[in-house]
Write a protein that binds this ligand. Structure first.
Ligand SMILES: [Zn+2]
Length: 300
């Protein structure tokens, strides 16, 4: 009898402790990392995509719907990068996560966007990003805005913990600023370095750190390279003296390897998200790794 009561009590405390944590589902691992920094022990966060996955094309799975059914909050990259989440949120029928609900967070809100298409967008442009370039987290400064958006969501759901979230968010922003100073110092000698990137994932990174993106391995967004496009790129890279090719770690190596062999440029296989490569355990590790790769390639 006594034992049963103890077990029951134990279960009760487990259950109430688990209930106390807000269940958050994020689209990407970077959003997960930032949410954990702001939410601390108040949140339990799961990312739908893994760090080495191409966020343009995540295949919806029943397990993802299941996660969203149980979630209190969802955090999206926004714009058109994670449109695959729409059908998942609908399938989960969890009203707390619907657009405009307190548990809905669009991490891109308020981030100044680059590459907004002008004029009419049509199919001839490939999988162009119709609202502007959504790869904004590759400028660490934008992570501060992301953290603030997440903080606002957490405060809506747990107003009594507002001060705690505020403190965590400020600490995260200070860490971003401190690290950014170091990264900018490292990249300063490479100002104006011309690079070719696989996809246009890097305009925010390039602007922040003074790189010049002169071409893409993709002839158009989402379209694999053709032989004629690669030949044109070889000419352009030779003319402009491009020494570095930056390729998101999930893209095939064939195109970049061809360019590297023809031009002598160095290929940097770069993680674009937390968990995107071995040793890239945090959002900050992404920049440590990419910048180290660029330094090494440019020094050759
Ligand atoms: Zn893209």
């Amino acid at each position: 009898m006594k034992k049963t009561i103890l077990i029951l009590l134990g279960c009760f405390f487990c259950a109430s402790a688990a209930q106390a944590q807000l269940k958050v589902v994020t689209a990407s691992t970077d959003l997960k990392y930032i949410c954990e920094q702001v939410g601390g022990p108040e949140v339990k966060v799961e990312s739908l995509a893994s760090g080495d996955q191409d966020l343009h094309m995540v295949e919806p799975r029943p397990s993802m719907v299941f996660k969203l059914k149980k979630a209190d909050m969802v955090v999206r990259v926004g714009l058109d990068l994670d449109m695959w989440m729409d059908s998942l949120i609908n399938a989960a029928r969890n009203k707390a996560l619907f657009y405009g609900a307190p548990g809905y967070v669009d991490a891109s809100a308020g981030v100044p966007l680059l590459e907004k298409p002008e004029g009419k967008v049509d199919a001839s442009m490939g999988d162009i990003h119709i609202y502007g370039n959504p790869h904004y987290w590759l400028d660490p400064a934008n992570a501060k805005k992301v953290a603030q958006n997440i903080k606002a969501g957490l405060k809506r759901l747990r107003p009594e913990k507002a001060e705690f979230f505020e403190g965590n968010c400020s600490a995260f922003e200070r860490e971003v600023d401190a690290r950014l100073t170091g990264w900018e110092r490292r990249m300063a000698p490479l100002k104006g370095l011309k690079v070719v990137t696989y996809h246009s994932s890097w305009p925010y990174f390039a602007r922040r750190f003074g790189l010049e993106v002169v071409g893409h391995v993709e002839p158009k967004p989402g379209i694999p390279p053709t032989a004629s496009h690669l030949d044109e790129l070889v000419k352009l890279m030779k003319r402009d003296g491009v020494r570095v090719i930056l390729s998101e770690s999930y893209y095939p190596r064939k195109g970049p390897d061809f360019l590297a062999a023809r031009t002598g440029a160095e290929l940097v296989q770069a993680p674009v998200s937390t968990g995107g490569a071995k040793g890239v355990a945090t959002y900050f590790d992404v920049f440590d790794t990419v910048i180290a790769g660029i330094e090494k390639a440019a020094a050759r």
